[in-house]
Design a protein around this ligand. Structure first.
Ligand code: ADP
Ligand code: MG
Length: 340
């Protein structure tokens, strides 16, 4: 990669290996099982005996997964958060990550802030960045995370049974509302400015800095019959659980958990659409027999993020969302879909 020297560029431009050093200095958290980290042709990692390695990859593309101009600190955080969310949905304990970073230019400050956002979340989970690749091109962030889980205890999409209750952690619809806050052509944004102070900031923060529900995924092992993380929207993602399990689901719109910010900003109809079909929540949606519900809800409340019962698994082929009168909600779409 060429060195800087273009006086028009505000940020210092550096070489590929300087960028890798910046990232390494900030993100390589010491772990005993990292026998060889960033710097060689491959990392050497020790998987604990008797555990399965859980591996997941997610890509963030500028203008598709985040608005152009999103702060690089938030992107570092979010790239890790969305990947940790997948490990959480398996009930896995995070350990390592590799990062493929494609950048339009070698902007050291951008990379420093990206690495700081990544490291802030990585430290919470003692996750070590052990390798990656750095290339030039349109801004794209691909992260692969690795975690450990006892194979028999792993949470899967298949396993929901007719009669099971359906739950979600946290609140739904905040990130989708946050995205609307950022849309200057969205009339609702004006209303949001009039809601309790801090609501708009809260919703945008939920979009940019999602909280992966790792502790909750661990608490669900051995209790949930199926689990998925909500990245594309509740209906779309619960439909994956239903397809894998050969069942359907009925969701009660009135039970969908709402943050005070969302409640203050949208009427019930608009709110239910955001909660049922909005993406980027990164909450866990899971199923469990009714008999397990009270213990499970207690365990989750103690884990720092409670869950809410939102419906039930039924013998059907689809996911329906019902209003208080029992009528199906008319939804413009099921959720986010690429190539749609
Ligand atoms: P190679 O040419 O052998 O693939 P690279 O020159 O791409 O190696 O990378 C050198 C070292 O830096 C490797 O250990 C690689 O894993 C690591 N690395 C490269 N880019 C990143 C990145 N964005 N984040 C973390 N580690 C990286
Ligand atoms: Mg390379």
């Amino acid at each position: 990669m060429a060195r800087g020297g273009n006086a028009l560029k505000l940020a210092p431009l550096v070489a590929e290996f300087d960028l890798i050093d910046l990232i390494r200095a900030r993100c390589a958290i010491a772990r005993e099982d990292v026998r060889l980290g960033i710097g060689d042709d491959a990392a050497l990692l020790a998987v604990p005996l008797g555990q399965a390695l859980a591996v997941s990859t997610d890509t963030l593309v500028a203008g598709v997964h985040f608005p152009q101009g999103t702060k690089s600190y938030d992107l570092g955080w979010k790239a890790l958060a969305v990947n940790l969310s997948d490990l959480a949905a398996m009930g896995a304990t995070p350990a390592w990550a590799t990062l493929a970073l494609t950048l339009p230019q070698a902007d050291a400050r951008w990379v420093e802030e990206f690495a700081d956002g990544f490291a802030a979340l990585a430290r919470e989970f003692k996750l070590s960045l052990v390798g990656g690749d750095t290339t030039m091109g349109p801004l794209t962030i691909t992260l692969t995370v690795h975690g450990f889980v006892n194979e028999a205890a792993a949470l899967r999409r298949a396993g929901a049974r007719v009669g099971d209750a359906v739950f979600v952690t946290g609140t739904l619809g905040d990130a989708a509302a946050g995205l609307r806050c950022l849309d200057k052509n969205d009339a609702a944004a004006d209303r949001l400015l009039a809601t309790p102070p801090g609501s708009r900031e809260f919703l945008i923060e939920r979009l940019n800095r999602p909280t992966p529900r790792v502790a909750q995924g661990l608490a669900l092992r051995g209790q949930a019959s199926a689990c998925i993380d909500i990245s594309d929207g509740l209906v779309a993602d619960l439909a994956h659980v239903c397809a894998a399990s050969g069942v359907g689901a009925e969701i009660d719109a009135a039970e969908l958990p709402s943050s005070p910010a969302l409640l203050g900003a949208f009427d019930a109809d608009a709110r239910h659409v955001l909660q049922a079909t909005g993406g980027d929540d990164y909450e866990l949606c899971f199923t469990a027999p009714e008999s397990a519900a009270s213990r499970l809800l207690g365990d989750l409340a103690r884990s720092g993020c409670g869950a809410t019962r939102i419906g039930r698994i039924v013998a059907a082929a689809d996911v329906r969302v019902r209003d208080a009168q029992g009528n199906d909600l008319v939804l413009p779409r099921r959720g986010w879909e690429h190539f749609a």
